[in-house]
Design a protein around this ligand. Structure first.
Ligand SMILES: *Cc1c(COP(=O)(O)O)cnc(C)c1O
Length: 412
């Protein structure tokens, strides 16, 4: 059914892979083909080690002394700067903390404050739901109008009524990529600001926030950054906005001198004013440890491997899967696609359940989308063969028809 040559080719690609040594930096469960690093990245051994250290040593033994001894006070900035290297930000413009949703709320208020006389927030109608919910909520608080458009209409709809444009750089479903430079330039030409969501970008797809002159950005710590479930997110504010931008959640960690315990809020200089309360030190430390796996790795090398993984997958997809009734959703042109692929099938949910029972993990997005992420630091080309062969076996045997696969679980 699947010619062995398919696997020979993939094994050869693994042997020639310049990043192949990186897989050993992760805990990968035996027998698991994990293609969901775009939802929850695998555990880096360095994150586990750092977690043990912060819990046992810094918290257990150091207790409150660790605020200074382990420099917990600047952890949000230090982790932010490490993320910055992966997304083209010079130091001092990123802090890690809170969730992506909360950070979007903060950035949206900051941006609207800078464009008080404009009425509109422009976004993609297919943006990730939490982004749409936060945008709608802030628009209601601020009396703004939200324009939700298909991607093809965004660029031409940027005009002088737009205060801020909120877009996800790599679409969570299709993996389609927006041209960050073009849209940011068009926004600025019309006096508007941009907020980019980098949830599916950071750690997988290169981007250059400083060079594109991006105003604000946000992103997740638990996807390609491998910071663990619910890991702290991050936010970016361009240095040029930092002295005059404010954010709505003015808590004591954003204060100039929090330990003066003064009763009036006076924002810290720089990126620190975008913090709110006491950071989650354990989670931030684990994320800090997780980022070790990116040391010495160039984003271009990650991108190159991820592109060739998707290309290999698509070759097999065309030969073996397309005839089984799957419909490709992702872009074929690698310049316009991130590090995951999505395709649909009427029985997508049942097929994904059957795959999970065979140790092949991707995820399902309603109504009928199967999504598989290629995390170039730890995924191998041979896993693509396992994925395709497993789908074929499930289709040919009819294994997906098992009745309990049709019962929806709470998390897909
Ligand atoms: C995963 C994801 C989020 C998640 O937000 P949380 O606040 O971390 O739950 C937000 N936006 C996009 C585009 C995502 O893909």
């Amino acid at each position: 059914m699947t010619p062995p040559s398919m696997f020979d080719n993939l094994a050869a690609l693994d042997a020639a892979d310049s990043l192949r040594g990186k897989r050993a930096l992760f805990h990968i469960p035996d027998g698991l083909t994990y293609l969901d690093g775009n939802s929850l990245g695998c555990l880096p051994l360095s994150a586990q080690k750092r977690g043990n250290q912060v819990i046992g040593g810094e918290w257990g033994d150091g207790l409150i002394r660790s605020w200074l001894a382990a420099d917990w006070l600047t952890l949000s900035q230090r982790v932010g700067d490490r993320i910055g290297r992966l997304i083209g930000s010079a130091a001092g413009q990123i802090v890690a903390g809170d969730s992506t949703s909360i950070n979007l709320h903060k950035m949206l208020h900051s941006a609207l404050d800078l464009r008080p006389n404009r009425s509109t927030i422009l976004t993609d109608q297919g943006n990730f739901p939490t982004d749409l919910y936060i945008i709608d909520g802030v628009a209601k608080q601020r009396g703004k109008w939200v324009r939700k458009l298909p991607p093809s209409e965004i660029l031409a709809s940027i005009n002088e009524t737009v205060a801020v444009i909120v877009l996800t750089h790599v679409d969570y479903k299709s993996a389609a990529i927006y041209d960050m430079e073009e849209i940011t330039a068009q926004a600025h030409a019309n006096g508007a600001l941009v907020i980019w969501d980098l949830a599916h970008t950071a750690g997988a797809v290169p981007c250059d926030l400083d060079r594109c002159q991006v105003d604000f950005a946000i992103g997740c710590g638990y996807k390609y950054l491998n910071g663990g479930p619910g890991a702290p997110a991050f936010l970016y504010v361009a240095r040029s906005h930092q002295s005059h931008a404010r954010q709505p959640l003015q808590g004591w960690f954003g204060h100039k001198t929090p330990f003066d315990f003064s009763s009036a809020f006076d924002p810290a200089a720089g990126i620190v004013r975008f913090l709110c309360g006491t950071p989650s030190v354990i989670a931030l430390s684990v994320l800090d440890g997780a980022l070790d796996v990116f040391e010495g790795v160039e984003m271009a090398a990650l991108r190159e491997k991820s592109d060739s993984m998707v290309a290999e997958f698509l070759t097999l997809y065309d030969t073996y899967l397309e005839p089984e009734g799957f419909v490709l959703i992702s872009e074929r042109d690698s310049r316009r696609r991130g590090s995951h692929v999505a395709f649909s099938h009427r029985n997508g949910y049942e097929i994904m359940r059957a795959l999970a029972d065979r140790g092949v993990i991707g995820d399902f997005r309603a109504p009928d989308v199967l999504r598989f992420g290629f995390a170039p630091l730890y995924n191998q080309f041979s896993e693509i063969g396992v994925l395709v062969a497993s789908i074929l076996e499930i289709m040919h045997s009819g294994a997906w028809k098992q009745p309990d696969y049709a019962v929806r679980q709470a998390i897909t």
